[in-house]
Ligand binder design. Structure first.
Ligand code: OOG
Ligand code: NI
Length: 459
């Protein structure tokens, strides 16, 4: 028995603290949580099949825990250190997302648990972006931003000390872990006092709102948290009814019988009072960055399924080009649904066409009349000796993320960056390679198939 607290417990504790802090900082987020919880309760009451599915895959107990957050970092050292901090909580970088093509000067990864069992204990993850200062075209401003960031330290001494202790001894005691989560929380706290003068804020803001959000503040405040809903359309309608101002459209795929990947919406970021420091005087101003988001997660797609998704989303974009989607969300949703018609919408078809990842289970009492192998899966499925359940998508979608960024930075100005994506530089800053999310789903599926076949061959 190890005397260290399980990293899943540390993450779970941290996620609860973060949620409490954010509900205090942004009370509207608390309203969103109660809306989501009401909607989830009613879906579970109305749809026993959804309830069974979530029970079978182990996701039911974590439903009300489900949330992700997002932060934006300013320099390579911050990304490097945050990787070490998150590792203490069992969160590892998965996936590389380049947002520059969508006009947002960052690249990102998601820190999350890897094993299905750990994810079920605490699914908390943090979408973590690193600002790409090289995309600031004004050289003088780039230098100013670099200098400001060079001087900041976003971690408490104690957080670093305990991270090192954990690295050295291979974990943290319950006592240390409690101090650790409190100290790490400090990094994500909102600071009303900006770190710069109003003029500098304005200059950064004129380059890109996101640059001001990262550079002008003392630390990477958590900019949103996201509960998981079982019916995002219902939440979208409910938001308006409860006086929570929603973003106009739901990002991602259309509503379907078999949800795929991830659908997301949010309430619009708040304009908040801040103070700037001008030659020792405080000057009042405002900043818009923090919001609340909702996600509905569906099945993880294989590379083939993902290619089909990207193709159909692209077709939708071409078909709605020139229309201001915000002005006519219903028309957009109609085109989206129509365009996605070729995407099979039963789990059996998704499985047969190798479009998505599944768990495989032997049906109770099933007795095949020979030793079975992976090649027999279609027959076993057909004969009703095994069943499948969807493996939920745990990651993010760059086009959706860009849509979320855009609608929450205020304004509609679109930037265009020529710079090509730079995964190598990102991984250098991170000090590690990001894991390939598809390989993780494939491994989960494989483990499930192996266990299923072993169980059938034993009887
Ligand atoms: C991150 C936006 C991405 C999501 O859910 O796709 C994201 C940000 O605004 O910093 O959180
Ligand atoms: Ni998000």
């Amino acid at each position: 028995m190890s005397h260290f607290l399980n990293p899943d417990e540390i993450r779970s504790r941290f996620s609860a603290l973060m949620s409490d802090m954010y509900q205090k900082e942004v009370p509207l987020y608390g309203d969103l949580i109660s809306l989501v919880s009401d909607v989830n309760k009613s879906v579970l009451e109305k749809s026993p099949e959804i309830k069974n599915q979530l029970t079978q895959t182990g996701e039911l107990p974590r439903l009300d825990l489900e949330r992700h957050g997002a932060i934006r970092l300013g320099k390579a050292e911050e990304l490097f250190t945050i990787r070490r901090v998150f590792a203490v909580m069992g969160m590892f970088p998965v996936g590389y997302y380049d947002l520059a093509p969508a006009g947002v000067p960052v690249h990102s990864t998601a820190f999350r648990a890897i094993e299905a069992e750990s994810l079920n204990k605490s699914p908390f993850r943090i979408f973590t972006s690193l600002l790409r200062l090289e995309l600031i075209d004004n050289e003088e401003l780039r230098q100013t931003a670099t200098n400001i960031l060079a001087n900041r330290n976003i971690f408490t001494d104690k957080a670093i000390e305990l991270t090192e202790k954990s690295e050295q001894q291979g974990g943290l005691s319950a006592e240390d872990a409690e101090i650790f989560v409190q100290e790490v929380l400090e990094t994500f706290r909102w600071h009303k006092e900006a770190a710069v003068s109003k003029d500098i804020y304005q200059a950064l803001h004129d380059q890109h709102r996101l640059i001001a959000d990262v550079v002008a503040f003392k630390g990477p405040h958590i900019n949103h948290l996201t509960p998981r809903t079982l019916d995002i359309d219902e939440v979208q309608i409910g938001m308006s009814k409860r006086g929570i101002p929603p973003k106009e459209i739901i990002e991602g795929p259309p509503r379907r019988n078999c949800p795929i990947l991830l659908r997301q919406t949010s309430f619009k970021a708040l304009e908040e009072a801040v103070s700037f420091i001008d030659a020792d005087n405080k000057v009042d101003g405002s900043h818009t960055a923090r919001f609340g988001e909702i996600e509905q997660r569906g099945i993880a797609l294989t590379a083939k399924g993902r290619a089909l998704y990207d193709e159909l989303l692209n077709k939708t974009r071409i078909a709605t080009k020139g229309q201001r989607i915000e002005d006519n969300p219903d028309a957009y949703m109609t085109v989206l649904s129509k365009t996605f018609e070729p995407f099979p919408d039963t789990y059996l078809e998704l499985q047969a066409q190798d479009l998505a990842y599944f768990y495989y289970y032997p049906v109770e009492g099933a007795k095949p009349n020979k030793t079975v192998s992976i090649a027999d899966l279609p027959q076993l499925l057909n004969d009703g000796l095994i069943r499948i359940e969807p493996i939920v998508y745990e990651d993010f979608l760059p086009v959706s993320a860009a849509g979320i960024f855009q609608s929450n930075l205020g304004g509609t100005a679109q930037k265009h960056y020529d710079e090509s994506s730079n995964r190598t530089a990102f991984e250098e800053a991170l000090g590690a390679k990001v894991q390939d999310e598809l390989a993780l789903y494939a491994a989960t599926q494989k483990a499930s198939i192996d266990a299923c076949l072993a169980a059938l061959n034993k009887v």
